[in-house]
Design a protein around this ligand. Structure first.
Ligand SMILES: Cc1ncc(COP(=O)(O)O)c(C=O)c1O
Length: 412
């Protein structure tokens, strides 16, 4: 059961500023209220967290069973050889890339790759440019690594398009080391196209910065869009570092398998030292991931993509019907932001879980303030993850609409 993060001092022994100032996850911070609602018999629709309900590939589960070593030994720090080869071959085949296994370092999810990259690209106090709203855990990673994130605002009125050159350049200082882009984007569902990537890459070249692209959701693109990796545009560039993950693509969040991909030998060597210090990523999951990637067909991902497209359409249609609510139409990933007619979505989200139910059910949304470094920009917004079945999304949105009505009566 997820534990609430408490700020209350429980000991007189000092803990570090770094730990104290690391923000709690906005996605999980109301989980204790959801648990309480469930314990009281309320059905909770989880629109708060990007945990897909789709079954993991049978090839992965088969791979777990096929592990036949007598000792679960440490894997190599850089990752299981078969997995690096299989991941590279899989990316080359499905995305028409020309990566080599040596460009891949296997990490404990994309999360670990990002923390180690921050540590590798930056000294404490160095800066990374991000776009606000942002994946909330970047704030935690930066805090752990002692890095300062510098947000440049993208706004809902313009579909969260990239800010213009001027605004980005004004945020670049002598301490800036990298631009970090999440594409497709969590939390907005925006997909940045070739032109956007070329524009940011050009800026990185002009200002001698790393360009880190988090491609955790790369294949989740809808309408007429095709998956586009930064590795298509600048496969051999020293400044491009792609972060990747099996978590969402194959509904394997708990396997904790991610990677960092770059042609930059210095970055690979530097990250490897950090990987060596943490010894290795889990052996059996890496074995099973390699087993899966060597065997899986293209239909698994295509079915996932189609399912999320249908859920996106269901969510969009349903939310559009609620008076006073604005929804951004996402074209990728499985999230979007909605703007609600309330002053404080933190309070409203807690209200939904704590004191409200509709026919025995309630809806868990993620207040958006935690996705904005400029928190006040998010206080009237919430992030919705469309990771449950379409019929449940319909019900969850009905509950949300009823909750809004009640909330407005109670807190006019
Ligand atoms: C944008 C983004 N990057 C990275 C991660 C972390 O993924 P992993 O499970 O591979 O650590 C997530 C997880 O939700 C994410 O949304």
């Amino acid at each position: 059961m997820e534990k609430a993060v408490t700020e209350a001092p429980t000991t007189s022994i000092r803990i570090s500023n770094r730990a104290r100032l690391t923000p709690p996850s906005p996605i999980r911070k109301l989980a204790h209220l959801a648990n309480r609602a469930k314990a009281a018999g309320t059905r909770v629709y989880h629109l708060n967290i990007g945990q897909p309900d789709i079954e993991s590939p049978p090839e992965f589960l088969e791979g777990l069973r096929a592990f036949d070593q007598k000792v679960v030994a440490y894997e190599q720090s850089q990752g299981n050889e078969a997995l690096r080869a299989a991941w590279s071959a899989y990316a080359n085949r499905t995305l028409n890339l020309q990566t080599s296994p040596e460009q891949f370092l296997i990490t404990v999810g994309a999360s670990e790759a990002l923390v180690f990259l921050f540590m590798t690209c930056c000294d404490p106090g160095d800066e990374i440019i991000i776009f606000d709203p942002t994946y909330a855990n970047y704030l935690g990673f930066a805090s752990i690594a002692g890095v300062t994130l510098v947000p440049v605002l993208s706004d809902m009125e313009h579909d969260f398009a990239l800010p213009d050159r001027d605004r980005i350049e004004r945020s670049i200082t002598p301490r800036t080391r990298a631009i970090l882009l999440c594409n497709p984007n969590n939390p907005t569902g925006t997909v940045y196209d070739r032109q956007d990537l070329e524009f940011l890459f050009g800026l990185c070249e002009e200002h001698n910065l790393f360009f880190v692209v988090d491609e955790t959701y790369r294949e989740f693109v809808y309408d007429d869009l095709q998956p586009l990796s930064m590795l298509h545009l600048a496969p051999q560039s020293d400044r491009v570092i792609v972060v990747d993950s099996l978590s969402k693509r194959f509904s394997l969040c708990g396997a904790r398998v991610g990677s960092l991909i770059t042609a930059n030998q210095s970055v690979l060597a530097a990250v490897l030292k950090i990987l060596q210090a943490r010894l290795a990523a889990p052996t059996i999951e890496q074995f099973a991931a390699a087993y899966m990637l060597e065997r899986i067909g293209d239909n698994y991902l295509e079915n996932m993509r189609r399912e999320f497209l249908s859920r996106r359409d269901t969510l969009y249609r349903a939310v559009k019907r609620i008076p006073g609510v604005a929804i951004h139409k996402p074209r990728g990933a499985f999230y979007t932001l909605v703007q609600l007619p309330v002053r404080d979505t933190d309070h409203f989200a807690a209200f939904l879980l704590d004191t409200f139910s509709h026919h025995g059910a309630t809806t868990f949304i993620a207040p958006a303030a935690g996705f904005y470094m400029q928190n006040d920009r998010g206080t009237d917004k919430a992030r919705i993850a469309y990771v449950i079945r379409s019929t449940e999304i319909e019900e969850a949105v009905t509950v949300l609409a009823a909750g809004l009505e009640r909330y407005q009566q109670q807190y006019p």
